[in-house]
Design a protein around this ligand. Structure first.
Ligand SMILES: Cc1cc2nc3c(=O)[nH]c(=O)nc-3n(C[C@H](O)[C@H](O)[C@H](O)COP(=O)(O)O)c2cc1C
Length: 289
């Protein structure tokens, strides 16, 4: 059988990393909440994440040094400074909001605000977790294991889980966690994710970096019972609010007198059809009126 036989240390860093991401998957995603020394909340996803022991309960994440600058990630600095963090497991209904939180935003911009996710005050540690997650772990920092100390190197941060917070709704009749109800998401390479109970799907990663965020969404959309967090995250993922986008086709005439719910259903249809400009145009109309 033909193989690609590769020596990782002989490959450019980027390629080494990509093979690893393609081969070791799906990886569970830890959405990590931490506080800076000054008390500012931070939220970031890490798929170099797993569980390592049950007595005591130990989990680990690996925030890498930047491959470009060698800078450590805020999450690592915060955990080292405060000795605490939270891990919220990422489920399918929150996956696109998670993706928004992974963008690089200027200091002072809260990932909670950008992603529209709700901070969940913790019981035993100071950093908040994510209220949308079905399964939260509150952790105290155990130890840091350097994995190279160079640009792109990992940093295994182990934490002891001092509190589980598991939503009642994910338990099955047998009293155990039901994986269908957890609806967990795993990470593969490139834009690929998997929804455990269904299979692979992809997210356009170009959406992340300069997203306008949830703070730019019209207020009525935020409280919609029709539009999901994933729908709203697609709208919030545009690099700028489309100012003179046109309401598509005959919709303009039909919008007159339409109920808010029906208008939100029209927006949902446009999002599902990939017409984010059209969806924004309809969304902004009501806002202006
Ligand atoms: C699904 C997903 C998984 C990620 N996993 C990791 C990871 O394991 N290690 C890492 O260093 N960065 C990972 N990232 C990138 C970080 O989330 C990103 O660099 C983030 O901006 C770091 O935030 P911080 O500087 O506030 O800690 C991941 C991003 C996504 C979207």
């Amino acid at each position: 059988m033909p193989y690609r036989n590769l020596t990782p240390s002989a490959l450019p860093l980027k390629d080494r990393h990509q093979y690893l991401l393609g081969g070791v998957g799906p990886r569970p995603i830890a959405f990590v909440g931490s506080l800076s020394a000054a008390g500012l909340p931070n939220l970031a996803p890490f798929s170099f994440f797993n569980a390592f022991g049950a007595n005591p309960v130990i989990i680990g994440i690996s925030p890498a040094y930047s491959g470009r600058t060698g800078e450590p990630k805020d999450t690592m600095l915060n955990i080292q400074a405060t000795g605490e963090f939270t891990v919220s497991i990422v489920s399918y209904p929150m996956v696109r909001q998670m993706q928004l939180a992974a963008g690089e935003y200027p200091p002072g911009v809260s990932e909670f605000e950008v992603s529209g996710l709700t901070p969940l005050p913790s019981l035993k540690v100071s950093p908040p977790a994510v209220a949308e997650s079905p399964f939260v772990m509150e952790c105290t920092f155990d130890r840091h294991i350097e994995l190279g100390g160079d640009k792109g190197s990992g940093n295994l941060l182990l934490g002891e889980v001092v509190q589980y917070r598991i939503k009642e709704e994910v338990f099955g009749d047998d009293g155990h966690i039901d994986p269908y109800k957890m609806d967990q998401v795993g990470r593969h390479n490139l834009g690929w994710y998997s929804r455990s109970r269904e299979g692979l799907f992809s997210i356009d990663r170009r959406q992340t970096d300069q997203a306008v965020g949830f703070q730019a969404l019209p207020a009525d959309l935020l409280t919609s019972t029709v539009l999901t967090g994933n729908d709203l995250a697609l709208l919030a993922g545009v690099p700028e609010v489309p100012q003179d986008a046109e309401v598509p086709g005959d919709l303009n005439a039909r919008l007159e007198g339409m109920s808010t719910g029906d208008r939100h259903r029209e927006i949902k249809g446009l999002i599902e059809a990939g017409d984010l400009e059209g969806a924004w145009a309809v969304g902004l109309m009501e806002d202006a009126g």
